[in-house]
Structure formats: structure tokens, C-alpha cells
Ligand binder design. Structure first.
Ligand code: UTP
Length: 275
């Protein structure tokens, strides 16, 4: 089984960065020299995912322009700057194709993934990377997860240990069985539990390897009130008998979807640059 497709949902409203996100997509907010979305695009490409699909809404043209336009005044750049530009963006991106899928309204993460219904091959697995979650480590997390999915013929979600006092902000897994030090079989998912009811301290991080079957599940959930949630669809996937594994990532994670997480990421990348 080959996993080629990477879905990168980037059509959300970005409420937590309003009013800036009126004009600038949240995914284009910079971490020093790169917009956040470039980090997940690079992670996908480094994991040899060749078909990238970025889900965008109406005011997200800046993302398309960023990845497709040549640099405006490249002729005026010094040789060393031209080299840096090529290394940081063009060369890496040339290894994959990036296409765009429209989500007419931000009706939830599950709905954003449903926009990929025509591009996911039947009977295949595909990956999802949320551009808010920046993972820093030696290996691309999504690559390790794709390997695990192939070896186990299972869906894989990334998880991270979270202190109890913060757990109610996350989707949390309930463990059916611990398979080894960083791999678990999931029995169910609980969205934003009260800290005293959390079934574990393992919270879901924005990386997923999912089977094509999840598309039909999401489709059947459309029309329910509220946002179409991916966590609910994965819960239904477990109920159909599909094996869902959780991989505890060894990476440092920055949740750049919040001003606090964004500031931490800036600190990390900025200080690394100074070293
Ligand atoms: P978030 O839950 O962080 O939502 O989405 P958001 O709109 O970006 O930000 P807030 O919560 O309003 O501050 C996680 C990822 O899923 C995408 C977002 O663009 C983000 O990358 N998303 C979310 C979609 O593509 N479509 C949606 O309908 C919702």
C-alpha cells in the first residue's frame, strides 16, 4: 500500500487571530522567515508524500500565490540570496504537486476533509496535516505514521502527553491496549473531556493517516447541526471495526493556532537562527 495524498486543511476562520485574519490567512502568519503552512508542506514532502492538497476558503488566495508565484525581483537578488530562496522553497516543493480544494464555508475540520472526496483513491489511506501544529524532531512525524499504517493496516493518529489541567482543551484517546512504548490501540475518542473524566493523558495532535472509508462516514454525518468534526468521524470509524492506532510523537510541538503557542514557536525558531 502506497500513501501519496496529504490533505492540508487551511480554510478555517482563524478567530483567535482576528482582526489580523481578516486580511492574512492564519496559515500565512510567519514563524520568522517562513509562514506556518510551509512547515507542514515541508514535513509532507520530506515524508515522500507526493500529492499535496491544500483546502482553502475565499480569502486564502495568499496561500496559492505564495506557493505558485515566482519571486518578484529574483534578478535583483544577490547570488547567495537566490541560493537561499531556492533551498528554502522552490527545490523542496518541486518534489511534489500542490493542488487546491475549495471549502465554500468553514463548516468544520471534517467538512474540510470531505472536500477531498474526489481526489482520494478508493481503498487507499491518506494523510492529514493541520498547519497549526508544528512538529520539530529528527524525522517527519507523518512519515513514521505512514509506515505504521502500512505495517498494521490501520488508521493512525498522533498523540502527545498533556498535563491534566490542560487536557479539557483537547480530543483525548481511551486506550484499548498499549502495543509498545509509543504505540497504542484506541478504543474510543473523547472530545474536550472534563479533566476528572479524561480517559488518558494522551491528546490528539494534528496528524492523521486515515482510510478512504472515513469519507463515506463524514458524508453520512453531513446535515447534523454544528461543525462536522473529524474526531466524531474517527469514533464512528472505530465503531465499524476499523483498527485505529495512536502514535505518541517524540517531537516538540507548537500549537501556532493560539497566540501563546505562536510566540513559543517564534522563540524556538528565532533562537535556533541565532545559534
Ligand atoms: P481550527 O480548529 O484551529 O480553526 O482549525 P480555525 O478557524 O483555523 O481557528 P480558530 O479556532 O477560529 O481560531 C484547524 C485547522 O483546520 C482548518 C483550519 O484552517 C486550521 O488549519 N479548518 C478548520 C478548515 O480548513 N476548515 C474548517 O471548516 C475548519
Amino acid at each position: 500500500m502506497k500513501i501519496r495524498a496529504a490533505i492540508i486543511p487551511a480554510a478555517g476562520i482563524g478567530t483567535r487571530f482576528l482582526p489580523l485574519t481578516k486580511a492574512i490567512p492564519k496559515e500565512m502568519i510567519p514563524l520568522i522567515d517562513k509562514p506556518t503552512i510551509q512547515h507542514v508542506v515541508e514535513e509532507a514532502i520530506d515524508a515522500h508524500l507526493s500529492d499535496l492538497f491544500i483546502v482553502i476558503g475565499n480569502n486564502k488566495q495568499a496561500i496559492v500565490d505564495y506557493f505558485s508565484s515566482p519571486y518578484e525581483h529574483a534578478d535583483l537578488l544577490k547570488e547567495k540570496d537566490k541560493k537561499r530562496l531556492k533551498e528554502t522553497l522552490e527545490n523542496r516543493i518541486a518534489k511534489a504537486t500542490i493542488r487546491y480544494l475549495a471549502q465554500p464555508k468553514p463548516l468544520g475540520l471534517g467538512h474540510a476533509i470531505l472536500m477531498a472526496r474526489t481526489v482520494i483513491e478508493p481503498n487507499s489511506y491518506f494523510s492529514v496535516l493541520l498547519p497549526d501544529d508544528i512538529l520539530v524532531g529528527t524525522e517527519p512525524a507523518i512519515g513514521t505514521m505512514a509506515q505504521l499504517a502500512k505495517q498494521n493496516n490501520a488508521a493512525v493518529i498522533a498523540v502527545q502527553e498533556i498535563p491534566q489541567e490542560k487536557i479539557s482543551a483537547y480530543g483525548v484517546i481511551s486506550i484499548a491496549e498499549q502495543l509498545n512504548h509509543d504505540l497504542y490501540e484506541v478504543s474510543c475518542l473523547v472530545e474536550k473531556p472534563k479533566k476528572e473524566n479524561a480517559p488518558s493523558n494522551l491528546a490528539i495532535v494534528g496528524r492523521y493517516i486515515l482510510p478512504h472509508k472515513i469519507i463515506a462516514i463524514l458524508d453520512s454525518m453531513q446535515g447534523n447541526s454544528g461543525e462536522l468534526q473529524l474526531t466524531d468521524a474517527i469514533q464512528k470509524l472505530i465503531e465499524t471495526g476499523e483498527k485505529v492506532l495512536a502514535y505518541k510523537i517524540p517531537h516538540k510541538r507548537f500549537d501556532t493556532g493560539t497566540p501563546h503557542g505562536w510566540l513559543e514557536a517564534i522563540g524556538h525558531f528565532g533562537l535556533n537562527d541565532l545559534r
